[in-house]
Design a protein around this ligand. Structure first.
Ligand code: ZN
Length: 456
């Protein structure tokens, strides 16, 4: 029985707004002294009321727009109820049935190393919604006693959740999607999406299904397997790949025995590269979702959405195409230059500065890609100057050049002889020797012509 993995993905991205989602506390909590970025709202004290962060909501919608989503003109927040010590209110303010963005898509180019082929695939985005982060539990020993401490600095930090349809069939596709998503939120400037800091957290859900003859993605709902296994809170691309591949093997073994894997949530264990059962999966109804009574619903008018759209920067795919066309760059050079928005912007500034010195985009692209200048120290204009200096053909005057050539020919009689005997390579050796006599760059063609005249 040939089985195909069916994988969906939930990604949490922390927004880098100045303040938290529903209060005025600073959201810049990483590495700060515990419980110093808190107030009655994010500590969940009775009577404290949430006030939504406008910028966070705008950024959430921008992520939706960047992922080609529809933005419904009506939306609302809901309470997701569950008990855990890092959630002081006993519920998380999230979005249930009317999120800010729905029905999007993201086009991927996937390289399959094994099959040595490249193919395109479109991943459907089910929804993009806004919620708040929880506090953080710290388990440690105090005075020899094992205790759990809670730091609420992270409580209430704006979090955007991006949910795909189950459209991936390999870890490779998932990684490609994650790289692209990370690139997009960084381009938008709404999150640094730094994995080590937990600013981007990954939860793949994996199941397997028999590959029937006319099988193809996207899979219709009735053809989806009757179970799925969710792996929680993974914080690196490498681990998500390992977790997926581990699950594929584990579930294949169960299915081949004629059994069905349990619908459950599992955790990834880094030391053994495996997953372990955490709890059987809860249903949405377990969370007793209901509309957040303290925040009125949102009604957008179309011009608000188009206004947000107009504030968005050019996104990676579009920039990549434009760079290729506008600057005649190879696809691979254009890809390297557009990987990070900072590099792309730097390149374009240098191209602009280089115009009056007739420095071409290709020269600038080569310089950036091969010499990797420190963009914080070398201004685009100085980079242009370096290129101008390195390519300037100095005018040394006929007399001076003739004298140097005589000297070089005298010092290299063998090369001169070789050339006269017909060895073409010898002339280039002599050109090189002449060049070394000058501190500045001299036109090689001019030297060669003078040498030929001399050796005739
Ligand atoms: Zn607060």
């Amino acid at each position: 029985m040939k089985l195909t993995p069916i994988i969906g993905l939930e990604v949490h991205v922390e927004l880098k707004t100045k303040s938290k989602m529903f209060c005025g506390c600073s959201a810049d909590y990483f590495g700060k002294h515990p419980n110093t970025h808190t107030c009655p709202v994010c500590l969940g004290l009775p009577g404290a009321l949430p006030v939504p962060n406008k910028r966070a909501i705008e950024w959430c919608i921008m992520i939706g727009l960047a992922l080609n989503c529809d933005i419904p003109l009506f939306s609302k927040f809901d309470r997701k109820n569950y008990f855990y010590p890092d959630l002081p209110k006993g519920y998380q303010i999230s979005q249930y049935d009317q999120p800010f963005a729905i029905n999007g898509s993201l086009k991927l180019k996937v390289k399959n190393e094994k099959l040595k082929k490249e193919y395109e695939k479109t991943i459907r985005i089910r929804r993009v919604h806004q919620e708040e982060d929880t506090g953080k539990l710290i388990h440690q020993a105090v005075n020899g006693e094992k205790v759990s401490l809670i730091d609420f600095n992270r409580s209430g930090v704006p979090l955007v959740e991006i949910v795909t349809e189950p459209d991936f069939e390999s870890a490779e596709e998932v990684i490609e999607y994650l790289k692209k998503l990370q690139q997009i939120v960084r381009y938008l400037g709404v999150s640094d999406a730094n994995m080590e800091r937990g600013e981007m957290r990954l939860e793949p859900n994996i199941s397997l299904t028999p590959r029937i003859s006319n099988f193809q993605f996207p899979i219709s709902n009735e053809n989806l397997p009757k179970y799925k296994v969710e792996v929680k809170n993974i914080n690196s691309f490498k681990f998500v790949e390992k977790a997926i591949n581990y699950e594929i093997i584990r579930q294949t073994e169960i299915l081949e025995k004629g059994e069905t894997p349990l619908q459950e949530t599992r955790g990834f264990v880094e030391v053994s590269n495996s997953t372990v059962s955490q709890r059987t999966k809860e249903e949405a109804s377990d969370y007793r979702y209901f509309p957040e009574p303290d925040i009125p619903p949102f009604r957008w008018i179309k011009s608000q959405i188009s206004n947000l759209k107009s504030q968005m920067p050019e996104l990676p795919d579009k920039k990549l195409k434009r760079f290729g066309k506008e600057y005649s760059l190879s696809p691979s050079d254009a890809e390297i230059l557009t990987r990070q928005r900072e590099v792309a912007d730097y390149f374009e500034k240098a191209v602009n500065d280089g115009k009056k010195f007739k420095v071409s985009p290709k020269q600038i692209s080569n310089y950036i890609i091969h010499k990797k200048p420190n963009m914080k120290e070398v201004l685009p204009a100085s980079l242009v100057q370096s290129i101008v200096q390195s390519t300037r053909v100095a005018d040394v005057g006929e007399d001076k050049l003739r004298k140097v050539i005589e000297k070089v020919v005298k010092a290299n009689p063998k090369a001169a002889q070789d050339f006269k005997k017909g060895k073409e390579n010898a002339i280039m050796y002599l050109v090189g020797q002449v060049m070394r006599e000058f501190p500045q760059r001299i036109d090689a063609e001019k030297i060669k012509a003078s040498l030929l005249a001399k050796l005739k």
